[in-house]
Design a protein around this ligand. Structure first.
Ligand code: SF4
Ligand code: SF4
Length: 309
């Protein structure tokens, strides 16, 4: 092949990859918006869209952690949330994180608005990503502790002191996604804001202050590092990762086709070393299945498949 033809071939394959990438982004964005609407009854209150505020069992899928904690605390076997977590992650990997989770979507929007960094120092990233597992274990231990309080009839006094939410869902009471989609939108939907700013502030207490502080800090961190919450903090992400380790759906790199250009590494929002994927399979624990690397690959060296390699 002549040199010119080779250059033209590379250019057209790059153009094709860019087109694929934008199509994929638009599709993912549309699906995330649909799930944002479906998963948030508070949003439906704010914007009365023709979408039914969905409840069990469907919410047990997008809000599996909420269900898990409430059921553990009330000593009900959490079969539905646990089953849905295991089933979806074992089958599709962390597709929930890449395409469905409303807070993941918020972080993607922040990324596009602020151009947050995809990369931080590798050694720091490798250490930080274990924090979410520690938070997940710690949260489950708290749920079990709360269940013990329930069994000795102490949960009611906790509920009367700190509110029913803290008693039944201690994690959700402080998680930034619940603050953003639950509390804030609910307050707006009640018409408390902007009609009565003073009543909003008079309802402020230490717990609400901590909630908003956590939310602001997390959003700020996400404006610096892409998907900061998912990478390092989210216990739901850690639980999803645990069951995604050998998911049926996987992304594989064909070493023969790969020209080591490194575009996949640069584009990955969660800093996965796609180019050096061990045995050709991308790290399914940390991968959020956004498929951006697959679309951006101009040699078609990356494949999404159920076939194990
Ligand atoms: S890691 Fe957590 S916040 Fe991020 S997408 Fe997954 S479930 Fe959502
Ligand atoms: S490895 Fe690819 S599919 Fe997985 S998160 Fe990174 S860019 Fe998305």
């Amino acid at each position: 092949m002549s040199k010119e033809k080779k250059i033209l071939g590379i250019e057209s394959s790059h153009k094709r990859a860019i087109r694929k990438l934008y199509t994929l982004r638009a599709s993912r964005f549309a699906i995330q918006v649909i799930f944002l609407i479906i998963a948030n009854e508070s949003l439906n209150l704010l914007l009365p869209l023709p979408v039914i505020g969905l409840s069990y069992p469907w919410t047990s899928f997008p809000s599996a952690l909420d269900m898990l904690q409430a059921m553990i605390i009330l000593l009900i076997p959490p079969l539905l949330p646990l089953g849905s977590i295991i089933f979806f992650n074992a089958l599709f990997g962390r597709i929930f994180c890449g395409w469905i989770c409303p807070f993941g979507f918020v972080q993607d929007v922040i990324h596009y608005l602020t151009s947050s960094k995809n990369f931080i120092k590798s050694s720091l990233h490798s250490r930080l990503k274990y924090i979410k597992y520690i938070i997940a274990v710690f949260s489950i231990l708290i749920f079990i502790g709360w269940a013990y309080l329930d069994s000795i009839n102490q949960l009611n006094s906790l509920a009367s002191t700190y509110g029913r939410g803290v008693a039944l869902m201690p994690y959700t009471s402080f998680s930034p996604d619940a603050t953003l989609f639950g509390t804030l939108l609910f307050i707006f939907s009640l018409g408390i804001l902007p009609n009565s700013i003073s009543s909003f502030f008079s309802s402020f207490n230490a717990a609400i202050f901590i909630r908003y502080l956590i939310l602001i800090l997390v959003l700020l961190a996400c404006s610096r590092v892409t998907r900061f919450w998912c990478r390092y903090v989210c216990p739901m992400g850690a639980i999803n990762a645990t069951f995604s380790t050998r998911s049926a759906l996987g992304i594989y790199r064909d070493v023969g086709k790969c020209d080591d250009c490194g575009i996949c590494n640069k584009i990955c929002p969660v800093q996965i070393d796609v180019v050096n994927a061990k045995l050709g399979r991308i790290d399914s624990k940390e991968c959020i299945m956004c498929f951006e690397c697959v679309a951006a690959c101009h040699t078609r060296a990356l494949n999404v498949t159920f076939k194990r390699r």
